[in-house]
Design a protein around this ligand. Structure first.
Ligand code: SAM
Ligand code: SF4
Length: 333
């Protein structure tokens, strides 16, 4: 029987219900907005949390009210035996929504095993539906492979909704807007554009590179009229349906329209650091605590203290904003 604990709240009164777990810092892609072309110095194997350690932290957080866990990376499917981790986490009582964000490259191989293991929902990241432009952004000529992965997971009717995430970059994604809208209408997948954030490996982000969600929405609306859907609490996406009722599309606008006020999210990096914001400059070392033999009550206190200090909001765009040393791939997006 798992002990139920007090809800996890931060110093601004936000109750934490959502955990992102990065299971590896490694990746088989090198997306321009995330990693440098040559990759990064990977963590050593012993630096990475074991499945047992991840399970222990997740179970503790679930007993404190976390109900949604998203597995991410790096590329989660490059972690050996990843479906076994999914199965362990899916068995945690109280965990309601267990989901995955993947670049899709290995999804054709793994879709059945993931569903069997108990994954609930899957998001696949695709930034362009044109092969050459996909290659340009990801530095991998793999669009077909990714689309096969998407189809493999799509065949599982139990995995719904399926979301397709596209990072929106100025002078690039304008051309993607209508094709993705039509893709959403044809497939029933929910496409969501995410504004480019300063978490890139090259530290090349500038405000001018951000293509606001509103600009994309206008491009789409001119061709396929959109109607807003009510915003769900703690949802990061503004979701619209096509006025003729055929499909939905979403916009995640962390830069132009921050949603920090109702951010209920924390993150665990592959090397066991707890981060209370994507843009945190400090972290809390849960791995060190685990490996020095801390008990669950001690771990709970450590987590509570860190979460209490969760940042009120991010400072992207403010003078003096400092980009964290970790890239998106090393945090877990
Ligand atoms: N490798 C997996 C993938 O690409 O889906 C999971 C990890 S990836 C870091 C998670 C999400 O973060 C992806 O949808 C990716 O497009 C997004 N992402 C990466 N860098 C970003 C950035 N600088 N700004 C906005 N989104 C970013
Ligand atoms: Fe890899 Fe995902 Fe980052 Fe692309 S966005 S480099 S697929 S971790």
């Amino acid at each position: 029987m798992v002990k139920s604990r007090e809800p996890l709240v931060d110093g601004h009164g936000r109750e934490i219900g959502d955990l992102r777990v990065s299971v590896t810092d490694r990746c088989n892609f090198r997306c321009q907005y995330c990693m440098p072309a040559d990759g990064l110095k990977w963590l050593e194997r012993e630096e990475i949390l074991t499945f047992e350690e991840i399970e222990r932290i997740v179970a503790l957080l679930v007993s404190m009210g976390v109900s949604d866990v998203r597995l991410t990376g790096g590329e989660p499917l490059v972690r050996r035996d990843f479906p076994k981790l999914v199965a362990r986490l899916a068995a945690i009582p109280g965990l309601i929504d267990l989901s995955l964000t993947t670049n899709g490259y290995l999804l054709e191989r793994d879709a059945d095993a993931l569903v069997e293991a108990g994954i609930g929902r899957v998001n696949v990241s695709i930034d362009s539906l044109q092969r050459d432009r996909f290659f340009q952004l990801t530095r991998r000529d793999s669009l077909d492979q990714v689309l096969r992965g998407l189809a493999a997971i799509g065949r599982h009717e139990s995995i719904r909704p399926i979301k397709v995430n596209a990072v929106a970059l100025r002078d690039f994604s304008e051309q993607e807007a209508v094709p993705f809208a039509e893709f959403a209408r044809d497939t029933g997948y929910q496409v969501r554009f995410i504004e480019f954030m300063p978490l890139d490996g090259d530290h090349a982000w500038t405000p001018d590179d951000v293509l606001p969600g509103d600009a994309l929405r206008e491009i789409i609306h001119a061709v396929h009229p959109l109607e807003p859907l009510p915003r769900e609490p703690s949802s990061t996406a503004r979701v619209f349906r096509f006025a003729d009722g055929q499909g939905e599309i979403g916009f995640i606008n962390p830069v132009s329209e921050p949603f920090c006020d109702d951010c209920n999210r924390i993150r665990l990096t592959a090397d066991g650091q707890l981060r209370t914001c994507l843009f945190s400059l400090g972290e809390t070392d849960l791995r060190g605590a685990l490996r020095s033999g801390i008990d669950d009550d001690g771990l709970e206190s450590l987590v509570r203290e860190a979460v209490w200090r969760k940042e009120l909001k991010h400072r992207v765009g403010d003078p003096g904003f400092q980009q964290p040393a970790r890239t998106m791939s090393a945090i877990g997006g």
